[in-house]
Design a protein. Structure first.
Length: 311
């Protein structure tokens, strides 16, 4: 069980955080927002918006959607860290975060969560539409008030946490003015299933840390052999046909279908490698492949969508 480190402490944006300085404080709040995860989420929002817009793409509503959703994402990430500050203090990879290290105080972070989260929802309601604002609020509540506490209760928390993780492209879809229909739900389904091999590999790597913190993730320190790899393969296999849905629904053409199959098989092979030999090397390989798969698939989908519209 790890202890909370004393200074100096590093932040996610690099360097030693200067306690009490404006730059150090801003760096800590930026770390609370988890900018790298937010950027990936906003990329999926953009894809959802583009596909939902059809041949009437307007950039100003997209900009409004990205601003509002970014604020909600920052509030969600900060509230998650506020609720998990005690377990974060018990894990080596998270003990240096602003809250467990003591660089930020809970009351200040709670105010930040409320200000950014509520501002984001209100901004979406005023500048985009009520449906997108509602779905953004649902995303925040599911992530912080359902997924986060469930991590201490059941390994099924991953299935719940994957829901808010898969909602960003649907937020983009509704921000375009499109209704929640099969097209938007196909994007949600792809993101939902994609997350499982990705997060299972991460949880396998840090299973001892999670056990020390009392978190009930699937690959716990005492898990039966290869169960994590088998589950990862199951979801990677299911992702192949699910990833074809946008093409079948007319959102893209044959080029996308070919790319989805090739990328899906590659992702599946990495999952099979992990299942065959659960090791740090194969787990990292699965994580890297997931980070190649998703942007490549969304790029192919967006490109082929435009190609389809141009004909």
């Amino acid at each position: 069980m790890s202890s909370v480190p004393s200074s100096p402490v590093t932040t996610a944006v690099g360097g030693v955080s200067a306690r009490g300085t404006l730059a150090g404080r801003l760096a800590d709040y930026l770390e609370l927002a988890k900018p790298r995860i937010a950027v990936l989420a906003l990329a999926t929002v953009t894809v959802g918006y583009v596909l939902g817009s059809g041949d009437t793409l307007r950039l100003l509503p997209l900009l409004h959607a990205l601003v509002g959703i970014a604020l909600v994402a920052a509030g969600s990430s900060a509230l998650n860290q506020l609720l998990e500050r005690h377990s974060d203090a018990r894990m080596r990879r998270t003990a240096d975060r602003p809250l467990p290290s003591g660089r930020l105080q809970p009351v200040a972070v709670l105010c930040f969560c409320f200000a950014t989260g509520m501002a984001g929802c209100l901004y979406l309601a005023a500048q985009v539409n009520l449906l997108t604002a509602f779905l953004a609020l649902v995303t925040m509540l599911l992530y912080t008030l359902a997924y986060t506490p469930l991590k201490r209760i059941t390994s099924l928390c991953t299935a719940v946490g994957a829901i808010p993780g898969a909602l960003p492209p649907l937020l983009g879809w509704t921000a375009s003015g499109a209704p929640v229909d099969s097209g938007g739900l196909s994007l949600f389904a792809i993101l939902y299933i994609w997350q499982f091999p990705h997060f299972l590999a991460i949880a396998w790597l840090y299973r001892d840390d999670y056990a020390d913190a009392g978190l009930k993730m699937l690959p716990t320190a005492g898990s039966a052999g290869r169960i994590t790899g088998v589950v990862a393969v199951t979801y990677a296999l299911a992702l192949v046909p699910v990833s074809l849905l946008p093409g079948r629904l007319g959102l893209a053409g044959d080029g996308y279908l070919l790319a989805a199959i090739v990328l899906g098989v590659g992702y599946l092979l990495c999952a099979l490698r992990f299942a065959w030999n659960e090791s740090a090397d194969s787990a990292r390989g699965l994580i890297y492949s997931s980070l190649v798969y998703l942007p490549s698939l969304l790029t192919a989908l967006t490109w082929d969508h435009f190609q389809l519209l141009s004909h």
